[in-house]
Design a protein around this ligand. Structure first.
Ligand SMILES: [Fe+2]
Ligand SMILES: [Fe+2]
Length: 348
């Protein structure tokens, strides 16, 4: 069933008192930030999870203000791991809220302190001996370490009341649309992101097994990139992720086979230029360029493909998809003929 998508120009309440306050740039690779408002025992406690990269600061600050009003206070920041796209806005929020505390793992702190965060206001996840953070409102957050997914000190956070699991980069992915909630087709972008950024499948297996065990009743997976996963699709994504070979698991492909593909791609471009029209080529090459939020799949030199930065299978898919988008319906049969010819020539 296709889910309705909320308006992401403002904050989105993804569960009671939990708000997505991220930014959408309509880029391939989007970041998310979340605000948790705890209310109870006559008190309020505001927690910001993974405050995001600096270009998103204005959007995030605006959205928080829309939820809490102009006179708000932030009490705590939680950092999943050390990367600047997760953490850097903590520095700016701490300037406005001098008492703002930070909870993260000791491994993460050893690195994030160099951003200029205040040592006295750091609390290590390891200090919570029960594995749970108890908030003054009476709520509890469970800490679920996810070592080497992708950093050794990465730690997910589970909101025990609202059953929302904040996973950092795990379950993050590239997005084809700016929509907030994942559909099954999000897997393509999630797969690519994990293949590149996660070191080994063992880390994914452990993380997913621990989530199944320690957060078995979770309703939402809220990652730091891409789309939010609702209960209905959770098992779909978890079962795919725990089996996915990533990083070091991916066998490097034979040099000659890679070269055959590069030669075939370039022959296709040469033949299109010569037999159909040269106008297509710059458009195709331009379409391979990432918007800067993620690595390029192809390295281009002198208007031809020089090397591949992704697997042969993924590169082939991107090459074919972009070519298909760019040629018009009249050119398509001729292009198809050229593609089949060139692939045959290179034994593909
Ligand atoms: Fe990261
Ligand atoms: Fe990230």
């Amino acid at each position: 069933m296709v889910q309705t998508q909320p308006d992401y120009s403002g904050p989105v309440e993804i569960a009671k008192d939990i708000y997505w306050v991220g930014n959408r740039n309509e880029k391939d690779f989007e970041s998310n930030a979340y605000l948790r408002v705890f209310k109870g025992n006559g008190k309020q406690f505001n927690l910001l999870i993974d405050p995001g990269p600096s270009p998103d600061f204005n959007a995030i600050a605006n959205k928080i203000e829309q939820v809490l009003g102009a006179d708000y206070q932030l009490d705590l920041v939680y950092l999943n791991h050390q990367d600047p796209d997760v953490c850097i806005n903590t520095v700016y929020f701490q300037r406005h809220f001098p008492k703002l505390q930070i909870v993260t793992s000791e491994d993460t702190w050893r690195l994030v302190r160099y951003y200029g965060l205040k040592e006295k206001q750091f609390i290590a996840t390891e200090n919570f001996k029960t594995g749970r953070i108890k908030v003054k409102t009476g709520h509890q957050l469970r800490l679920i370490p996810t070592p080497y997914a992708h950093f050794r000190g990465a730690c997910a956070l589970f909101d025990e009341e609202q059953k929302v699991l904040f996973t950092g980069d795990l379950f993050g992915g590239l997005s084809e649309t700016a929509d907030l909630y994942a559909e099954k087709d999000y897997w393509t972008g999630m797969k690519t992101f994990h293949e590149i950024y996660m070191p080994t499948n063992l880390a994914l297996q452990k993380a997913v097994a621990d989530f199944r065990q320690q957060a078995s009743d979770m309703q939402i997976i809220a990652s730091q990139h891409g789309k939010i996963i609702r209960r209905e699709l959770m098992e779909y994504f978890m079962s795919k992720l725990e089996k996915l070979p990533v990083g070091l698991d991916l066998k490097s492909e034979s040099r000659l086979v890679v070269e055959n593909h590069i030669k075939a791609f370039n022959d296709i471009l040469d033949r299109i230029e010569k037999d159909i029209t040269p106008e297509i080529i710059p458009k195709v090459l331009q379409s391979f360029k990432s918007d800067g939020s993620f690595p390029n799949t192809f390295v281009i030199k002198n208007s031809r493909i020089y090397s591949l930065k992704a697997s042969i299978k993924d590169s082939f898919k991107i090459f074919a998809t972009e070519l298909c988008h760019i040629v018009n319906s009249e050119q398509k049969p001729q292009v198809k003929h050229i593609v089949i010819d060139c692939l045959g020539d290179w034994n593909i």
